[in-house]
Design a protein around this ligand. Structure first.
Ligand code: MG
Length: 388
């Protein structure tokens, strides 16, 4: 029996982070929590630290540091604050798997550090691959770091590829729920509210990804994520709207065979599989009963009503820093929409505007991504201001 796998859970207070800790609860003989980090949710982080007693706890927002340190002073736990502390901590030699469950661009720096330290990455932060997929995949090869997807669609594809090492992928069929506004007209989309957008029909997720799912930006991100994870061209990725979210994605091979992975819409399974791969762990979670669904349907996405999906194809086709520009603009626009400062359709307008204005670069290095991210965020913010 091997020793327990030691996990670093980045973004432990978010939806994926909490479910990762619940997975540790369910398999205490297999996993232990070594490092947890959060951005702002200090109370939740302290509560988790007391429960799991990890070696290290880090709060990204430095203004909460004293509160964290004082709350845990009676325990043998090291506490730190700031993004650089997170990027340093993931390289600690005792860590086996780094679960990247933080939101957005903030995932890039610690993911790079973890890869350079040769850690296995359970990748839940898709923005990292959207922003710098080329750099990340090169580094992962160079440092022999495994990247195991947590995203349900990519976990499905990954599972379909087990045993197919010598069979190239002909096509990936990436399924999308279509989100809460699948049937809305353009006119109706102009008037949807924050609360409407946060009501996802199938999946319970954090706020940012729920908005990205409603705009289909999330599916655009996932197309880019699939390109880098599985080494395919965007033209080999077909997006299919499947409102029941039972078929989590599919792979077509040269002989015409299509493999799919099915399951209930529950992130627990892909999280568990990423942590236990190549083993499958027994689970008492609710199993899929196809009879309960009766019909599974599939349709084409409408890129006119949901232009962000088209912009993602445009961005990856241009390559360079364009996906980074798109991601930064989207982060700013989604935050503004969640604050009720802009309307739903302004999210796509902001992204398009920013993609047309920020300087394009064909072969960015790490520092260029950092600069592009700042420049694009500024450009998007100014555009949002101009809408008032
Ligand atoms: Mg997904």
């Amino acid at each position: 029996m091997n020793r327990r796998k030691r996990l670093a859970v980045l973004g432990s207070t978010g939806s994926i982070g909490r479910q990762t800790l619940e997975t540790v609860d369910a398999y205490p003989d297999l996993f232990e929590v070594y490092l947890i980090t959060a951005n702002n949710q200090i109370d939740k982080l302290i509560e988790q630290a007391i429960k799991y007693q990890p070696e290290v706890v880090i709060i990204a927002n430095e203004q909460y540091y004293t509160q964290l340190r004082d709350a845990l002073a009676h325990l043998p736990i090291k506490t730190f604050a700031g993004a650089d502390a997170i990027a340093d901590a993931v390289t600690m030699s005792d860590i086996d798997v780094v679960v990247t469950a933080m939101v957005g661009y903030a995932g890039l720096q610690p993911t790079i550090q973890a890869i350079k330290a040769g850690k296995t990455i359970a990748l839940a932060n898709k923005e990292t691959l959207v922003v710098a997929g080329e750099l990340i995949t090169q580094l992962a090869q160079e440092y022999r770091a495994d990247i195991i997807p947590v995203d349900s669609e990519h976990s499905a594809i990954f599972q379909c590829l087990v045993g197919e090492a010598y069979n190239p992928i002909e096509k990936i069929i990436l399924t999308a729920s279509g989100g809460p506004f699948r049937m809305h007209t353009r006119e109706q989309l102009q008037h949807v509210t924050r609360d409407d957008a946060l009501r996802h029909p199938n999946w319970s997720m954090g706020n940012k990804i729920t908005i990205d799912s409603a705009t289909l930006m999330n599916k655009g991100f996932e197309m880019i994520e699939a390109k880098w994870l599985f080494g395919v061209e965007p033209s080999q990725i077909e997006i299919v709207v499947h409102p029941q979210s039972i078929v989590h994605s599919m792979v077509e091979f040269a002989d015409g065979a299509v493999k799919a992975q099915l399951g209930t819409p529950d992130m627990k399974l892909p999280i568990r599989y990423a942590l236990s791969y190549p083993q499958r762990l027994p689970s008492t979670d609710r199993k899929l009963s196809l009879i309960d669904y009766a019909t599974l349907t599939f349709e084409r996405p409408d890129m006119e009503r949901f232009p962000l999906l088209q912009y993602a194809f445009d961005a990856i086709e241009q390559g360079g820093n364009m996906p980074c520009i798109m991601n930064a603009a989207n982060e700013v626009a989604v935050a503004a929409f969640l604050d009720q400062r802009i309307g739903f359709c302004h999210i796509a307008d902001t992204v398009l505007h920013t993609m047309q204005r920020v300087a394009f670069m064909t072969t960015p290095r790490y520092d260029d991504y950092v600069a592009t991210n700042s420049e694009a965020r500024l450009c998007a913010s100014q555009y949002i201001e101009s809408l008032k």
